[in-house]
Structure formats: C-alpha cells, structure tokens
Ligand binder design. Structure first.
Ligand SMILES: *Cc1c(COP(=O)(O)O)cnc(C)c1O
Length: 446
C-alpha cells in the first residue's frame, strides 16, 4: 500500500481499529496527532567495526578532502564564502536566552548549555541541504571531469568555472525530486557549474523556491502527488537518459557523506570553544528529520567522531513521523504515515515526508537515541521566540529541534544529563523571503 493521504479521516472516523495500535501502543497516540517521545529500544553502544556501518571514517575524510579541493571554485563562484576560504560551514552559537525560555515554557531545568548549530545561515543555499546536495553535485562533476581527463586532483579547481568546463557540463543533466530545499541547493550549484537541471517538486512546494530556481534556468516539474511521487518521477526520467544523473534523496551515499562532514567541522568548533565531550560529558544533538538523509548522515558522522559520547535525537512533525514509524516497527520504507491515518500535511517544509529512507533507517536504527514529534503551532512559537531572544531567522522545520533539551529532561533515563551539552540543529531559514518569514513569525506570536 502506498501512502494514502486523502483516504483516511481524522478523529476516529475510521471504523476499524488499526492492528498496529495493539502491537505498538504509541502509534495510537501518534495517529491522534499528539506529540510523542519515544526512547529507541534498539539504541546500542557504538562499535565502529560493526558491519552495519558499511561506510567508514575514511569515507567521511575523503568527502572532506574533496570539498577542500573545490574550495577555490566555491570561493570564486560564491564570493560570500571568501571569509571562510570557500568552505561552506555554519556557526555554533550558544543560546542562553532560548535555554531560559525553554525552562519556563516546558517547566524544566536544563542542566547543560544549549547551543544552536545554525545551518539556517549556511552560505549558497541557506539550509542543511547546502551540505549533502552541493557535495553530491561536486563529486559528480569531479568524477565526470576526471573520467574525461579534464582535471587531476592536484590541479586548481577554480578551472571548474572556465568556459570549457561549462560547455562540457551543459551536455549533462542533473535530476532530483525535492520538497524544496534540496532542489534549491542542487539547482544553484548545478547551474553554476553549467549543468542542465531538472527538479521534480510536489505542487505544494513553496512558490518562492520554484521562482528562485526558474530564475536560474532550472526546469521545475510540478507533481500533484506527494514528495515520494515526485522522487519516483525524477528517478524514472533519469533512468531513460544516460547523460542524466539522478540525486536520490532516499538512497544516496554521496549525499549522506556530504552531511556527515558536518561532524568533523563541529568537532573543531567544540574544541575551539573549549567544550569538553566524552562519555561523562555527552552531547545531545537534536536533528529535524524528513526522509532521513540529513539527520542520518550527520548522526553517522557524529557517531564516527564521538562514539558513545554523542546521542542523536530526531525531531519530526506530528503529521509526518515517518522515521519514528519505520524504526519503531522495523518496517522502514515498508510503512508510511498514511498507514496510521496521518495526512502528512505540515507547514514544516522539508519534513513533510510520509515514508522514510530505508538506507538511513537500516543504517542508524541502533544509533538514534530517541525521537519526538512537534506540532506546527509549536514550531511557529519557537521560531518567533528564537527571533525575539536570539535574533535568529529560521524556517518552521528548523525550529523543530528546540523542544529537545526540555523533552530529554522530562525523561531522566538519558545518560549523564547533568554534564551534557545540547545542540539544536537549525536546518534552514536565511533564504526565506521576508514577507513569507513575517507571516510565520506572526503566526508564532499569535
Ligand atoms: C531537508 C530538510 C530537513 C531534513 O532532511 P532530510 O534529509 O529530509 O531528513 C530538515 N530541515 C530542513 C529545513 C530541510 O530542508
């Protein structure tokens, strides 16, 4: 059964009780659009040699080295990255006022410091997708150029801006399915390199994202169905053309590794700020989850870098808790939120995903500490508070991680909480047009 959105009705209008409710009682609460917390029963100590990790630290280091090779290109193509020498990285900022706000709002007393990893401010495409999406396109461009003897790894990659490369890439097409932000990141970098780009989007994707892409010469194909259908359409189309390369948000190793590099960068930032991380001083990292690639890749990197000293916690909208469902039941992409009657309709762009990535779910099922879900109104309220208290501009999805430090304190079985550092991963926002952002902000104030 593929995800049925309209078929199901809210509030117990379904005549028959869903058998999942007996096997997994929490799903009945989820089916009522109620926020939940689930401590992952499969959570285990991390072993880097476990064969479930068929990717290794060396793969992440290789991805980081590739990004370094491309930094002269990035610096020249996107001058805003000059102060960081062509490295696309976000700041790690302490959020003292927000911590106080969370204490009051949720009536808890958070013991450690609360930081925000501000991917909303990432250069080039203003969301976490600037990590994985850009990395995968760069890797493909490098693979093509090496294959055609146009470049060697020691050369100056600023050449990727030359007419010769542009001309060459214009004979190749990059295709992807996206709810918005992945399309933006892939569209912007691909167009800069000279690729033809086709982005398949669900028709409810934000108009400004479609406009921004079309302005850059990207072909945007709109689909009436949900996100999974848009991805499928993209995949089908790419298969038929051998000059097409399909970026598969549900199942892509390069995308995943591009996200994982974040962990190496975060390690450096924590050291620079003198923040101690070890088993007695753990990191709790709160990651908004859509299909799972971004939070999954980041978690994989974090586990490789910090082992048992890091506890990834995934945050999803109450309407779209797809990864929670997939890991709870062990069914992965064999279950969708429609199967418990949820409609997958949330304001959280990027998180409105009904069916999780099987690749990510299988890889991380034992390494995500816990899950929680958040209502749209809560995201709006937190987005507004983050603006008023910390001067942050987030999109609703990006605020999903904020309840994390409070929720974890309501479940004190979490290890070494008193010495923990909390990192809320803010996944997008700076590119949202002001008028659009303003209406989210006002919804949050109301
Ligand atoms: C895509 C996205 C996410 C989640 O990433 P997935 O790889 O889909 O899990 C979170 N926040 C924002 C703003 C996004 O665009």
């Amino acid at each position: 059964m593929r995800s049925g959105t309209a078929k199901y009705k809210r509030d117990g209008e379904c005549a028959m009780k869903n058998p999942l409710f007996d096997s997994y009682p929490i799903t009945e609460t989820m089916a009522g659009y109620q926020p939940v917390f689930w401590k992952n029963e499969h959570y285990m100590s991390f072993n880097p040699d476990d064969e479930s990790w068929n990717l290794k630290m060396s793969d992440i280091l290789e991805a980081e080295a590739r990004l370094a090779r491309f930094s002269p290109f990035i610096e020249a193509a996107f001058p805003e990255t000059q102060p960081q020498n062509g490295v696309i990285e976000s700041p790690l900022v302490e959020a003292k006022e927000m911590k106080q706000h969370l204490n009051e709002k949720y009536n808890v007393s958070i013991s450690g410091a609360v930081y925000v990893k501000a991917d909303d401010r990432l250069f080039v495409s203003g969301s976490v997708k600037a990590r994985g999406g850009i990395y995968e396109v760069l890797k493909y461009a490098e693979d093509l150029a090496v294959e055609h003897n146009m470049i060697a790894p020691d050369d100056d990659y600023a050449q990727f801006r030359s007419e010769k490369f542009h001309q060459f890439f214009s004979e190749h097409t990059i295709v992807c399915g996206s709810t918005g932000n992945l399309g933006l990141s892939i569209g912007i970098i691909s167009a800069e390199l000279g690729f033809k780009v086709i982005i398949h989007m669900s028709s409810d994707a934000k108009q400004w994202k479609k406009n921004m892409l079309r302005k850059r010469g990207v072909m945007v194909v709109e689909h009436e169905d949900d996100y999974s259908k848009a991805v499928e359409a993209g995949r089908e189309m790419a298969i038929q053309d051998d000059h097409s390369y399909f970026i598969d948000d549900e199942d892509s190793v390069p995308l995943f590794l591009g996200y994982a590099v974040a962990a190496l960068r975060l390690k450096g930032q924590l050291e620079a700020q003198g923040i101690k991380v070890d088993a007695e001083h753990p990191l709790y990292v709160y990651l908004p989850c859509g299909v799972g690639s971004a939070p999954g890749g980041i978690s994989f990197g974090l586990k490789q870098v910090f082992g048992d000293a890091v506890h990834p916690v995934f945050a999803e909208p109450v309407q779209s808790p797809c990864m929670l469902l997939g890991i709870l039941t062990g069914l992965h992409d064999g279950i969708a939120v429609g199967d418990i009657g949820l409609d997958n309709r949330t304001i959280a762009d990027g998180l409105a995903v009904g069916r999780p990535s099987k690749f990510v779910g299988k890889m991380l099922e034992k390494h995500i500490h816990s899950f929680f879900t958040v209502e749209d109104a809560e995201m709006h309220a937190l987005l507004a508070a983050a603006h008023d208290l910390e001067n942050m501009k987030m999109e609703p999805s990006a605020a999903t991680g904020f309840p994390g430090p409070a929720i974890i304190h309501q479940h004190p079985e979490a290890p070494h909480l008193s010495n923990a550092t909390h990192i809320v991963w803010s996944t997008g926002g700076s590119m949202v047009p002001d008028a659009e952002w303003q209406s989210d902000y006002e919804a949050g104030k109301a």
